[in-house]
Design a protein around this ligand. Structure first.
Ligand SMILES: [Zn+2]
Length: 165
């Protein structure tokens, strides 16, 4: 999928994440986000397409429970269960989206996007070296403007790949 990165309204985004209610709890509650973008849901974990993808196939994975610290708020078993979901989702993304490698990391902040979430990020093959790693993740360098239909199709393909594991 050859999509250009376009500038995003970073100031508006920062205002929303720092003042609005938890966007992941909203998705779990079936709230503000498009339910068609959910790719995995086992009743304890949820995975969904990033709303601000810097690469095609960018997925976030979260526990249902609103926890904020990736290790100190999770028991070892709960942490490993979350990692098992991250693994399955990443395998499905790799099956659907060509990638040079897959980045997996937990970011977020106590000041915004506090609910624990893992980023699963398929680096497009041939990405110039200077645009890999953190450059590839930063919305400051633009985000992909996927149409609703493009997002739905991508989510459906990832769901299908997860179903056939
Ligand atoms: Zn939350």
């Amino acid at each position: 999928m050859d999509l250009e990165r376009v500038p995003m309204d970073l100031d508006g985004y920062v205002r929303r994440v720092r003042s609005g209610r938890c966007f992941i709890c909203a998705i779990v509650a079936g709230g503000s986000e498009d339910p068609h973008d959910v790719v995995f849901d086992d009743g304890e974990h949820i995975a969904f397409l990033s709303r601000y993808p810097t690469v095609y196939g960018y997925v976030l994975v979260s526990p249902y429970r609103h926890v904020e610290h990736i290790v100190r708020d999770l028991g070892e078993e709960e942490y490993l269960q979350l990692q098992a979901v991250v693994y399955r989702v990443a395998r499905a993304v790799e099956a659907v989206v060509p990638s040079e490698r897959t980045y997996v990391l937990s970011l977020g902040s106590q000041q915004g996007n506090a609910h624990v979430h893992w980023h699963v990020v398929p680096l497009p093959p041939g990405t110039p070296y200077e645009r890999q790693q953190f450059h590839a993740l930063m919305a400051e360098h633009g985000v992909l403007a996927l149409s609703t239909e493009q997002s739905r199709q991508l989510a459906a393909r990832i769901r299908s790949a997860l179903g056939s594991q």
